[in-house]
Design a protein around this ligand. Sequence first.
Ligand SMILES: NC(=O)c1ccc[n+]([C@@H]2O[C@H](COP(=O)([O-])OP(=O)(O)OC[C@H]3O[C@@H](n4cnc5c(N)ncnc54)[C@H](O)[C@@H]3O)[C@@H](O)[C@H]2O)c1
Length: 433
Amino acid sequence: MELVIIGSGYVGLVAACCLAHSGHKVITVEKNIGKLEKLQRGVLPIYEEGLEELFRQGVNSSRLFFSEDLRDVLPGVDFIMIAVGTPSLADGRVDLAQVYEVAQTISETADHPLVVVMKSTVPPGTGKYLIERFFSKACVPIRYVSNPEFLREGKAVWDWYHPDRIVVGSDDPVTAEEVLELYSDIDAPKVTMDVTSAEMVKYASNAFLATKISFINEVANLCELVGADIKLVASAVGMDKRIGPHFLQAGLGYGGSCFPKDTKGLDYISSFNGYSFNLLKAVIEVNSKQRILAVRKLHKEIGNLAGKKIAVLGLAFKPGTDDVREAPALDIIKYLVDEGAAVAATDPLALKNAYPLLPSCVKLSADPYEVLVGAQAFLLATEWPQLVNLDWERVKRLMREPFLVVDGRNALDARRLVGLGYRYCGFGRPGNF
Ligand SMILES: NC(=O)c1ccc[n+]([C@@H]2O[C@H](COP(=O)([O-])OP(=O)(O)OC[C@H]3O[C@@H](n4cnc5c(N)ncnc54)[C@H](O)[C@@H]3O)[C@@H](O)[C@H]2O)c1
């Protein structure tokens, strides 16, 4: 098959490299000239485990191409996949400007029948609207399919080949089958449904996972009050097969490019339809409070933060990615700077992305030991294995009293750290290690 993928972000590039690897001819269209030039020079603009190799293979086998303009690459194309951003507006609404722009270009330029596949996360009802406003007005038949993407950043290539399910929403079973053919080499349940239901599957999935995270954070906060240990509680709760062990790690809460915007987006859609999704509202509120809780813990342990040196370990919203969108660390650093703290931060991959988003007074270094020099406290914000497994004896020699550890991911060996003379403070954990 021959495909065009519009948007070379995390989703677009992973889809492009993987589909090229499966033998399809793929042309990605990217409007960000900096990104496009990198791609054309053979440089991947993002980090994803395993992507570099597929990218090289795709380019070397002449199955993967990059272009700036859809009009140049349209002839002969069977499918156009849309993988542009759908960020949040200030009021939580989903900003569909990029989607509308692309839909308009497609409907104006399409010169032969083709299938548009929506990979971007768009609110339920968007597909119907796009068909009515744009695709039905094209001078050739354009069929529309919703094909939401569930991949996790950091594990995106693995997830592409091992999805829990592939969801295709179409009002025409023949078109749905044609799109499923793109995934014929992937062994996963393939589920077809109408467009609006497929759009809702994506939002409901992310909202549910976010709910698990906020739920366990609420339980953790209660654990602190009653003297229980959330690590033990969550581990045993997760053994129940009806619940499962995933997304039950208490701490700073979720971030990233999906959960925050998709939960807020679903809340907005609910309100817009006259429905108050109270559970979801609580999930969002709990998540934002966890970040403030980290600052409160620092306050409680070392008092006024003005003039105190605090190191932040980890800036990416989770390990394995250079993505800092809605990363808890960024918010927390801003609070700390507002309080007058001297902040130094490190991350194995995300320094470049974080740099423009942080106050200029924050010292950044790729060397975690350097940021810990003279720190009275550190916050582990992202549980990168290399940060979890620092040489803690060396770190102790670099830090200053009271050697406070705020473990924002409950990922450190509390007993060992306390044994070494640190003051350990996790989320939902008793102090007596
Ligand atoms: N990142 C994830 O883990 C993930 C997972 C599942 C679904 N999604 C959804 O997939 C979509 C894309 O997410 P992302 O993280 O890849 O976004 P992104 O912001 O990293 O990438 C989007 C890209 O589209 C490009 N673009 C925008 N308009 C364009 C146009 N008119 N022509 C050409 N290129 C254009 C942008 O320049 C950007 O490079 C979003 O709707 C997101 O919610 C993301």
